[in-house]
Design a protein around this ligand. Structure first.
Ligand code: SF4
Length: 201
């Protein structure tokens, strides 16, 4: 089995509950949505085998957290097998997180933390319906949408994140609107993109 991998890198998790913790990121290429403000480069890739991916992950033995991201990682068939391969080849315990748009079911085993980031309401983000209804962390990029649409999703943590845009005036307006939405909607918490603030990957 080979997987289309855009990049594998080591950094700090920049968003949500684990923000600030070291993590190994495996970014898969390809997404089934086409959000208008998507700034993730997930189009280029090289096909990598289990062994090649594991070899890369083994570079960072002191980091237990492995984040599967994209693109949309849940599009990859046999993802559970890859997770198993990674966990079995490392001496230390591996803590597997996945960041998903929620439009595909996830492997039944091996994932410790699900970050669900639905894109419904975003132009290009509702091409396919969200099928996941529970997660550890619900992370919503706030663009003024009705937050009631997420009430049916069972989540331990609910985060609102400002939509990042290049224009600094609009970016600040998005931050202000998101902060106000957190004030107005109890149960939601602000998430910032720490990696952008720190100017790291
Ligand atoms: S779901 Fe994420 S990766 Fe896919 S198009 Fe939207 S923002 Fe980009």
């Amino acid at each position: 089995m080979r997987w289309p991998v855009n990049e594998i890198f080591h950094s700090l998790q920049g968003e949500g509950y684990h923000a600030g913790l070291p993590a190994i990121f495996i970014r898969f290429s390809g997404c089934n949505l086409c959000c208008e403000w998507c700034d993730t480069d997930h189009h280029s890739h090289r096909m990598m085998s289990d062994d090649e991916i594991v070899e890369q992950v083994l570079q960072w033995p002191d980091t237990p957290m492995v984040v599967l991201t994209g693109g949309e990682p849940a599009l990859q068939p046999e993802l559970g097998e890859l997770i198993h391969s990674i966990a079995m080849c490392r001496e230390q315990e591996t803590y597997v997180c996945i960041e998903t748009n929620g439009t595909r079911p996830l492997p039944a085993y091996g994932i410790d933390w699900v970050t669900l980031s639905p894109k419904t309401g975003v132009p290009g983000g509702d091409l396919q319906p969200v099928v996941l209804t529970q997660c550890e962390e619900l992370k919503v990029v706030y663009t003024g949408q009705d937050l009631g649409q997420y009430d049916h999703i069972a989540a331990v943590h609910r985060y609102l994140q400002p939509c990042y845009v290049d224009d600094p005036v609009q970016r600040q307006a998005n931050i202000d609107a998101t902060v106000q939405a957190v004030f107005d909607n109890p149960g939601w918490q602000l998430s910032l993109q720490l990696h952008r603030i720190l100017n790291i990957k």
